[in-house]
Design a protein around this ligand. Structure first.
Ligand SMILES: NC(=O)c1ccc[n+]([C@@H]2O[C@H](COP(=O)([O-])OP(=O)(O)OC[C@H]3O[C@@H](n4cnc5c(N)ncnc54)[C@H](OP(=O)(O)O)[C@@H]3O)[C@@H](O)[C@H]2O)c1
Length: 285
């Protein structure tokens, strides 16, 4: 079976393709071409964010692609800095406008803290306000599903304490060398589907000797092994590429990693993100 046709079902019954296209660092001007190319290869799940500055291009690509808009699962994220109900509601409408769509398939709170205070202060009240805005937009039919990103267990407990609608998704840093097993099983217990972002560790796994050796053993590329690893964990995988040839090969992941090799990849430690370590999400706290 073609992996691009495989789906999970969210807790509200909405179907989500297992493999998507990440668009961080795809410029607005070229995002439409990238999305059209991906959809042409069969991708039906596109991940963007207010912070990426490319919602307009992504939306244009979705609307001008070879399939009807309803066949594409479009996700975006509320800016991490917005921790206020009214601002969140306005920003959701802003995303709808920029994307040029009548509805968004999934909208996430990008982070429990603003980026300049990642894993820092107490934003519990602000996150509940942002969540309330997502719930209201969900109930108004603007969003087909809602969730969070980078939320740890206490951040989720805070949302769940007052939620009318439980988060359907938590998008997390998950890749060989960073597998938050306890959090994955907590999300599983709560019916929250995890999406794996940076499945190739933002490129860092190309240089990892263990990953290279395993890729060789299976006769696949490093990205194919990394993407397959996250799919076998039961997560949605969101590799980013702007390169059509990479889009094509990244979707050829119809092979099976053995249980011992899954354990090996789960046990990898200390991935070096190199010059990208300065991004809050890779700082390791
Ligand atoms: N929620 C969050 O806080 C958060 C944070 C980070 C990322 N994300 C999401 O997750 C997506 C993916 O994460 P990411 O962008 O950090 O990194 P990634 O997918 O782990 O890695 C992307 C890098 O791998 C390269 N690549 C991909 N396929 C390749 C192939 N077949 N051959 C050679 N190089 C290949 C890409 O370059 P080319 O473009 O040249 O192929 C790019 O340099 C993002 O785009 C975004 O949608 C979310």
């Amino acid at each position: 079976m073609n992996t691009l046709n495989e789906t999970y079902t969210l807790s509200n019954g909405v179907s989500i393709p297992k493999l998507g296209l990440g668009t961080w660092f795809i410029e607005n001007e070229v995002a439409a071409d990238a999305v059209r190319a991906a959809v042409g290869f069969g991708y039906r799940n596109i991940d963007t964010a207010q912070a990426y500055g490319n919602e307009r291009g992504v939306g244009e690509g979705v609307k001008s692609s070879v399939v009807p808009r309803e066949e594409i699962f479009v996700s975006t994220k509320l800016a991490a800095e917005i921790k206020d109900y009214d601002q969140a509601l306005a920003a959701i409408d802003g995303s709808l406008r920029k994307l040029g769509l009548d509805y968004i398939d999934l909208m996430l709170i990008h982070s429990p803290q603003p980026w300049d205070d990642f894993r820092g202060g107490d934003y519990a009240d602000g996150n509940r306000q942002a969540w309330r805005a997502l719930e209201d937009a969900y109930q108004a039919g603007k969003l087909r599903s809602i969730g969070v990103s980078n939320f740890l267990r206490p951040d989720l407990e805070n949302i769940l304490s007052e939620a009318r609608v439980s988060p359907q998704v938590n998008q997390l840093l998950v890749h060989a060398g960073n597998t938050p097993s306890e959090l994955l099983s907590y999300c599983g217990d709560k019916g929250i589907l995890v999406e794996a972002y940076s499945p190739i560790a933002h490129g860092a796994l190309f240089k990892n000797a263990s990953v290279q050796a395993l890729a060789k053993k299976y006769g696949v590329s490093v990205p194919q092994l990394c993407i397959r690893y996250t799919l076998q964990l039961g997560t949605v995988s969101l590799p980013k590429t702007g390169n059509p040839e990479h889009m094509r090969t990244n979707a050829e992941v119809n092979f099976e990693i053995s249980t011992p090799d899954m354990d090996l990849l789960r046990g990898l430690r200390d991935v070096d993100y190199g010059k990208h370590s300065s991004f809050p999400v890779y700082r390791g706290n």
